[in-house]
Design a binder for this molecule. Structure first.
Ligand SMILES: [Zn+2]
Length: 351
């Protein structure tokens, strides 16, 4: 059994409290586990939900967080075949090829602290082999982190779930990091027009990513603004990232016949959604409402394809990242996200 040096990590110690940036010990690697030195991690909206205890995680505190990152393999446990020491890897929560390991163990305040099979808010992480995908060493770190969750979820949602065809209108509700990636993904699919909605003023960010119209859902009537600005009453695809039931009720009636309404933002536990005038769901060839898990992207199959799209100039990460920070300042970054000030925030873990 080999143990590793202690490290700095952001621990969720108490639900709805700031993360504790503290010293944590790493356990030994068991079958199917890989030790990864984390270079960059994104902060996903899912972590805000976890901090609020909305992901069934409240009983597991203290625990580590983070599920999209870029790192370098530092050591491999027994039975690992897909990566070796020194490989650059993308860390993701969706399962790819490789072993599904047991839960890794860390030590915190003298006690054992079990944690999830992928976490990224720490200098090192013990990760299940099927939660990492190797990439060539010259793949940009930020691209890698974005492909761990947000950007891959967006590309998968547009391709696999909404099946957007060129010329279809797409409305993205919620302009956080995922919403920003979705505008980009819709653009790659040839969507036109692309409409972005948020309750904070994100007009400039949305325009920089390629949205034709931004509507402030807090101050403007979405349906009327759509009609006045673009001369359309309905859209072919709506992707909802906020997980807000009022937002879903208000935007569902704007779906055109044959349209697809995709929910990516998870609803709070116990929430209900309301379909007003539900008869309109039979419009055209009928409409679809679907909840997606990460846009159904397959890390092993899709990540290499997305990296190649980047190399071919078909995918870029311009304007997706609005802020960078260090692990020490992670709570400030989380506050920025909560107040709707950011798209993706990257944490430079080794700074
Ligand atoms: Zn995520």
């Amino acid at each position: 059994m080999m143990y590793y040096p202690r490290m700095k990590a952001a621990v969720l110690e108490t639900i709805n409290a700031p993360l504790a940036v503290v010293d944590v010990g790493l356990g030994a690697l068991s079958s199917g586990q890989v030790l990864v030195k984390i270079l960059v991690s994104g902060i996903c909206g899912a972590q805000l939900q976890e901090i609020a205890g909305n992901k069934g995680n409240a009983k597991f505190v203290p625990h580590l967080l983070g599920h999209e990152g870029c790192g370098i393999v530092e050591d491999v446990g027994p039975d690992i075949t897909r990566v070796k020491k020194g490989d650059k890897v993308i860390l993701h929560w969706r399962k790819g090829d490789g072993i599904e390991s047991g839960f890794p163990t860390y030590t915190y305040k003298g006690k054992s602290m079990p944690s999830g099979k992928v976490t990224t808010f720490s200098e090192y992480s013990i990760v299940s082999e099927n939660r990492i995908t190797p990439v060539s060493s010259d793949t940009p770190n930020d691209l890698c982190a974005l492909l761990g969750c947000g950007l891959s979820t967006a590309l998968g949602t547009i391709e696999n779930e909404a099946k957007v065809r060129p010329g279809e209108s797409v409305m993205i509700v919620g302009q956080g990091g995922l919403g920003a990636c979705l505008i980009k993904a819709a653009r790659i699919a040839g969507a036109n027009p692309i409409i972005a909605i948020d309750i904070h003023d994100k007009k400039d960010i949305a325009a920089s990513l390629g949205a034709q119209l931004f509507i402030n859902g807090a101050t403007q009537n979405i349906g009327e603004t759509l009609k006045n600005a673009l001369g359309i009453k309905e859209v072919n695809v709506i992707v909802e990232t906020s997980g807000n039931v009022d937002s879903i009720r208000d935007t569902l009636p704007l779906l055109a016949g044959g349209g697809r309404y995709i929910m990516v933002g998870q609803l709070p536990p116990g929430a209900s959604i309301e379909v007003t005038n539900a008869n309109h769901l039979f419009g055209g060839e009928g409409k679809m409402i679907k909840a997606t898990q990460g846009g159904a992207f397959s890390p092993t199959k899709d990540i290499p394809r997305y990296v190649q799209m980047y190399r071919d100039g078909k995918l870029n990460t311009d304007n997706l990242i609005t802020h960078r920070t260090s692990l020490d300042k992670i709570n400030d970054a989380i506050t920025l996200m909560r107040y709707g000030k950011a798209s993706r925030i990257m944490i430079d873990i080794q700074n």
